[in-house]
Design a protein around this ligand. Sequence first.
Ligand SMILES: [Zn+2]
Length: 255
Amino acid sequence: MSPFAVLPVRTPTLPPATHTNVYRLGDCVIDPASPEPREQERVLAWAGKVGRILLTHHHADHIGGVEALAAATGAPVWAHADARVPFPVHHRIHDGDLIDTGAGTLVALHTPGHADGHLAYQLVNTGHIIAGDLVAGEGTIVLLQPEGDLQRYLDSLARVRALADTLWPAHGPPQPASLADAYIAHRHHRTAQFLNVLRAGEPDRTLMADQIAAMVYSGLPGVNLQLAAMQVHTHLLWLAERGQARSVGEAWAAA
Ligand SMILES: [Zn+2]
């Protein structure tokens, strides 16, 4: 049985997702996400008595309905100290904070990497974690500059993997926590591919991130090469921090 109530709402999110899950436990509603008035009305009718609005993170496809729900219910907005949102936050959440919802206690887990101030919420003494954008029911998660940070993301995945049996993502159905292992392996696989491309060919070859993306992702169906190039860039920064790649102007080379 699901420990949380879940309502997917239509949002301007990245394909293949089209919806964001709104979660509810006790009097807490997490990520009332949709900017569309009809979707906001659905959330209001579904939510019942709302005592607090909690955020996983500040991305547009998670916060579009926050102001409307706050205005309709008078509920305060709670978010991590590093979350940057265009509306008032009434309470800043810190890692390890306990939130008594009236129907169970949530533990806040600061899990950055995809977004600064990203929070996951574990139902205390269970393996159920509301995972925000750490994982998705379909596809992978994008790490975009300037806030995308591969090492912090890997650390966050490892952290929830150690605590969870089931991850409840912001997009798509619940997932076994072992999906986090697959995501970690996938990231290391991609890093190795990008490094291999840099190391191939003549010494001192330099490549732009979009050229690397075109070489690694070409032929894969449904790939957005612009987003792919941004992923490559995030991985190259990770390699540069470890002395395995270096930037040459706007381009990159193996170190
Ligand atoms: Zn996000």
